[in-house]
Design a protein around this ligand. Structure first.
Ligand SMILES: Nc1ncnc2c1ncn2[C@@H]1O[C@H](COP(=O)(O)OP(=O)(O)OP(=O)(O)O)[C@@H](O)[C@H]1O
Ligand SMILES: [Mg+2]
Length: 347
């Protein structure tokens, strides 16, 4: 990855200092849950950025803010350099909602059970004026189904979601996203509910769509192995903050943050509350309501030092494709919270 390749490859979407607080508690004791704290990342055409972290770390909240399904509390979302939150306040948002599509974990929940597959694809085509007339729309629906591997299309278009398998339903979700010719796809654990045997097929489909359409992906996952396979870069989120970012292979080979090391060591354990085996003494989830200062991982970190409970470090650059926020590697060259690209050379 060189500076030149990035210069020719400007960001499509830049998230800067995104923050999200959810009000929690009773009406007499309102408190704020800090789901996202100064989250920044960059998506580029034809590239995949994986966002990994355990349950509750804020991955979906980040994607939902970017997809404009929920309102961020602060921060900027720049699409091709334009501040979309400001654009929306001026009433120009339909185009962005087509350009940035989200794929959900549960393909059944995201499809309407009483509408045919053809309806799911024809609707966005009409709303975003990508086809006109019944014949053209039907032809486009067929093309979309075939482009996601549902061929011959006529075998699928008149069916209802319950008549398809999980993998086929997820393919319909991709066809629906493609209908509006998106530039960015936010895929929120798109394979985690699918049978292991068909996961690879969906990842290969995503890869092909990326190459054919130059789509920029945010790929959210718990599974570092699939991030390594599919994503160019990976960022790691803990308690609403990005704590490490690197080229995917580098991250797997040389994880620097103790949390990333723990994620890599973790054996999925269906009995554990958060999907990973707990340490000998167990652990508490991070405090998101009125969080204490310092690094949120300090309570679980085997290397925690007094400074870790006082100050959250900024980013320390380890090499051209790797940075970390951890006192073990220094206190950081930049203040936490400043907007920064995924990788040191991504500017
Ligand atoms: N609407 C909401 N109201 C209050 N709290 C919320 C809301 N949505 C999310 N949260 C909280 O925000 C935090 C981040 O949730 P989020 O769903 O983004 O996590 P996640 O990383 O996607 O987890 P998972 O891997 O389980 O999908 C959690 O503590 C969650 O309980
Ligand atoms: Mg989620």
């Amino acid at each position: 990855m060189t500076e030149q390749s990035h210069a020719a490859d400007p960001p499509i979407l830049e998230v800067r200092d995104l923050q999200k607080f959810f009000p929690v508690g009773t009406m007499f004791a309102r408190r704020n849950l800090r789901a996202l704290h100064h989250v920044s990342f960059t998506l580029r055409r034809g590239k995949v950025l994986a966002l990994v972290g355990e349950s509750g770390s804020g991955k979906s909240t980040a994607a939902r803010c970017v997809a404009r399904l929920i309102e961020p509390s602060a921060g900027q979302i720049l699409f091709k350099g334009k501040d979309m939150l400001a654009e929306e306040r001026r009433g120009a948002s339909l185009q962005y909602r087509g350009d940035v599509q989200m794929i959900f974990q549960d393909p059944f929940g995201s499809l309407n059970p009483v509408k045919s597959i053809a309806h799911h694809l024809a609707r966005p085509l009409r709303i975003h004026k990508k086809s006109s007339g019944t014949k053209e729309t039907a032809e486009r629906v067929d093309q979309l189904l075939e482009s996601v591997g549902l061929a011959p299309a006529r075998q699928f278009s008149d069916k209802y979601p319950y008549e398809l398998s999980g993998g086929q339903r997820q393919r319909v979700s991709f066809a629906r996203a493609l209908a509006v010719e998106p530039e960015v796809v936010l895929a929120d654990e798109p394979i985690s509910m699918l049978d292991v045997s068909i996961r690879m097929g969906i990842l290969n489909l995503m890869e092909r769509l990326k190459d054919e359409h130059g789509i920029a992906y945010l790929y959210i996952t718990h599974d570092l192995a699939s991030a390594r396979y599919f994503a160019d870069e990976t960022i790691v989120m803990y308690a609403g903050q990005i704590v490490e970012g690197a080229a995917s292979e580098e991250l797997i080979q040389h994880p620097a943050h103790p949390y990333t090391q723990r994620l890599l060591d973790a054996v999925p354990d269906p009995k554990a509350e958060h999907g990973f085996k707990q340490g000998a003494g167990g652990w508490q989830p991070p405090i998101l309501v009125d969080p204490p200062p310092g690094c949120p991982f300090a309570d679980r970190c085997p290397h925690a030092m007094p400074v870790c409970r006082e100050i959250m470090p900024g980013r320390t650059t380890l090499n051209a494709v790797h940075w970390v926020r951890c006192h073990l590697h220094g206190s950081g060259e930049s203040s936490p919270g400043l907007s920064e690209p995924n990788l040191p050379l991504s500017a």
